[in-house]
Structure formats: structure tokens, C-alpha cells
Design a protein. Structure first.
Length: 294
């Protein structure tokens, strides 16, 4: 009986098959889309913890800034408002002060020179005799003009005795920048201290407008500062109470730990004594030696 043989055909790899070469080339190619972050070193737990701490600090700083910056902003706004107002007053009043002072000094010194000239002319008269009436008339005229000029200068308060006697240290101006800031401060605080007041119309209008907006701004700033100080003192008090409670808790825990250690040591000593006494009681009270029989 003849047996049937099944023929199996195996595919033979063709060396000239281009498809196989393309597949090999595709296997050797590096993919174009790569995750660059995956090639780096793995992020450790320490780095993550450091990032979390840093983020926590940044959040605390931002939170603190949100609480503090509005209060600081109000104070800075008030200071800028004072500086701007002082600059306006200084600009309007300083030039007027210098012009008025120069005019008053020239008037007073002119009266003095006129009086000297009149007296000198009397001495140079042809008869060389000065009558009482002529001298009194010249003196009275000079006195009236001098009194008027002096009271005008006193009312303006731009000159003093040092200016008249030429003993001034510099110009000694009244509307200096520091005095302008002081005046602006007294306006918005409603104190009104001192004799420094605007003399020009523009300066007076500017003073009214400055007080109209400056006084409410100062009141708002004072109220905000008061609230901030109240919150800050409450924060300090709460932290002090928390610190005190924590300190008391630590002291109580230390006392409990001390008492626990004391009891443990005492218990260990008692147990040790009992164990030693039991060991001693387990020993025979008499020693018995066996005697061999003869």
C-alpha cells in the first residue's frame, strides 16, 4: 500500500525584494515625534518637596502683599498728594513773596534816604538856621510814611528787623519748600497752626481745592491705618496666646513623660527586687552531700 506524501511549499526570502528592505529601514529609523521630557532624569521626591515648599512660600508672600499693599498704597497716595500740594503753594506764593518783600524794603529804605536828604538840605540852607517848624514838618511827614510802610510790611509778614538791619543769613524766605509741606499738612489735618497763609488769589483757590479733597483722603487713610493696627495687634495677641498654650502643652507633656519614666523606673526596680528575692528563695536552705556506703 503506497503512502501519500503531502508537499509543503515554504516561502523563500527574496534578496531582491524591495519591500523587505523598506521594512528593515523603517525599523532602524528613529521616530520623528519624541517625548523630550521622557529622556530626562526622573523627578525625585526631594525636588517635588522643594517645589512645593517654594510654591507655599510664594503663596504666603502674595497673600501677605495683598494684605499690606493696600494700606501702604493709601499712605503713599497721601504723601504724593501732600508733595503735589506743597509744590503748587511753593510755586504760587514764593514769587509773590519775593516781589512784595523787595517792594517793601525799597519803600522803607527810600523813606530813610529821603529823610536824610531833607535833613541835609536844611543844614545846607543859606541862612544856616533850622527852624523848629521846618524840622517838625519834615519829621512828621517821614513818620507818617514810615508808620504806613511798616504796618503794611508787618501785615504781610515777609520782612523782619534783620532784613531792615541787613543782618539776614541768606534770603530767609517764608515760603520755602519745607514750610510749604508743613502748611499743606496743617491744611488737611485741620490744625491750621502758624501764620503762613496764601496771599495770592490762585494760592487761596488752590488751598480750598486742596483741603476739599485732602481732608477726606486723610480721614480714610487714618481709618485704614487704625484698622490695620487693630488687626495687627489682634494677630500678635492670637500668636501670643497660641505660643503660650503650646508652651503650656509642652510643659504638661514633659511632666507626663517625667512621671511616666518615674513610674517605669519604679516598676522596674520593684520587679527587679521581686526577681532577686525569688532567686534567693529558690536556693536550698541546707546543703546535702551524698555519703557513699562502705
Amino acid at each position: 500500500m503506497a503512502m501519500r506524501r503531502d508537499t509543503v511549499f515554504l516561502p523563500v526570502e527574496d534578496a531582491f525584494d524591495l519591500s523587505s528592505e523598506d521594512e528593515l529601514a523603517n525599523e532602524d529609523e528613529i521616530p520623528m515625534e519624541m517625548d523630550l521630557t521622557a529622556a530626562g532624569p526622573p523627578i525625585s521626591d526631594d525636588d517635588t518637596e522643594f517645589d512645593n515648599r517654594l510654591q507655599g512660600k510664594q503663596d504666603r508672600v502674595v497673600k501677605l502683599a495683598r494684605h499690606i499693599l493696600p494700606h501702604i498704597g493709601l499712605v503713599v497716595l497721601l504723601i504724593i498728594y501732600l508733595i503735589v500740594g506743597a509744590t503748587i503753594f511753593h510755586y504760587f506764593e514764593l514769587s509773590h513773596e519775593m516781589k512784595t518783600r523787595e517792594h517793601e524794603l525799597n519803600t522803607i529804605f527810600g523813606l530813610r534816604d529821603t529823610f536824610h536828604d531833607n535833613i541835609w538840605n536844611l543844614t545846607r540852607a543859606g541862612d544856616n538856621v533850622i527852624s523848629r517848624e521846618s524840622f517838625n514838618s519834615i519829621g512828621q511827614e517821614y513818620f507818617e510814611k514810615l508808620v504806613t510802610s511798616m504796618f503794611t510790611a508787618y501785615r504781610n509778614q515777609f520782612i523782619n528787623e534783620r532784613h531792615l538791619l541787613n543782618k539776614t543769613d541768606g534770603e530767609e524766605l517764608l515760603w520755602t519748600y519745607s514750610n510749604s509741606i508743613f502748611f499743606a499738612t496743617t491744611v488737611i489735618t485741620t490744625i491750621g497752626y502758624g501764620n503762613l497763609v496764601p496771599a495770592t488769589q490762585l494760592g487761596r483757590y488752590a488751598c480750598i481745592a486742596f483741603a476739599l479733597f485732602g481732608i477726606p483722603l486723610l480721614l480714610v487713610t487714618i481709618a485704614d491705618i487704625g484698622k490695620f493696627l487693630s488687626d495687627f495687634l489682634s494677630f500678635l495677641y492670637r500668636n501670643f496666646r497660641a505660643f503660650k498654650r503650646k508652651k503650656c502643652a509642652v510643659r504638661r507633656n514633659a511632666d507626663k513623660l517625667r512621671m511616666t519614666m518615674h513610674f517605669l523606673v519604679y516598676d522596674a526596680s520593684i520587679n527587679g527586687k521581686e526577681a532577686i528575692s525569688e532567686d534567693f528563695t529558690s536556693l536550698p536552705r541546707t546543703l546535702q552531700f551524698p555519703i557513699p556506703e562502705k
